[in-house]
Design a protein around this ligand. Structure first.
Ligand code: HEC
Length: 140
């Protein structure tokens, strides 16, 4: 059995070298590190294609991490342009905004934006977060 294999090996070594496009192809084996690289890359590619999700779905999926507390969301998204006092910054101060914009009026500004005010959906907030923000604003 062993002898047979050795013989075979020898014969393959003696085979004339093939020529492909003028390049002599030795029947060299693919180096082990390349095999490992190929297999790893293939496994990664398959895994990635199965597990990867479009970015827009990913934000929805991070439900566990997204803030749903109105105050936290306002602190993270709004304080660059708004004070929580009456004092204006880029936009008007948000204190008393619930009385200034009762009912639907506040909802509309949040959902659709107004002038230089970006809508909350455009700020990456989902409907649950927007409800929380609105509830919090009405307490100011
Ligand atoms: C890029 C700056 C910017 C950011 C960020 C921003 N706003 Fe505004 N906001 C404005 C501007 C400017 C106005 C005034 C719009 C106008 O003149 O009609 C405004 C107006 C408003 C109004 C109406 C106020 C009033 O008295 O009529 C509300 C409510 C409001 N913003 C809430 C928010 C909330 C909540 C966030 C965070 C989720 C936020 N804004 C983030 C710029 C911003």
């Amino acid at each position: 059995m062993d002898e047979e294999r050795r013989e075979k090996k020898e014969t393959t070594h003696e085979e004339p070298l093939e020529e492909v496009a003028g390049i002599r192809m030795a029947n060299a084996r693919v180096p082990r590190f390349l095999v490992i690289t190929y297999v790893t890359l293939a496994a990664w590619a398959i895994g990635y294609s199965v597990l990867a999700q479009p970015v827009n779905e990913r934000t929805e999926d991070t439900a566990g991490n997204k803030p749903v507390d109105g105050k936290t969301i306002v602190q993270q998204h709004c304080l660059g342009c708004h004070n929580l006092t009456k004092e204006a910054l880029v936009g008007p101060g948000l204190q008393g905004v619930g009385q200034r914009l009762p009912g639907e009026k506040l909802t509309n500004v949040l959902l659709n934006g107004r002038g230089a005010m970006p809508s909350l959906p455009n700020q990456g907030l989902d409907s649950e977060q927007i409800k929380a923000v609105e509830k919090y604003l009405r307490t100011l």
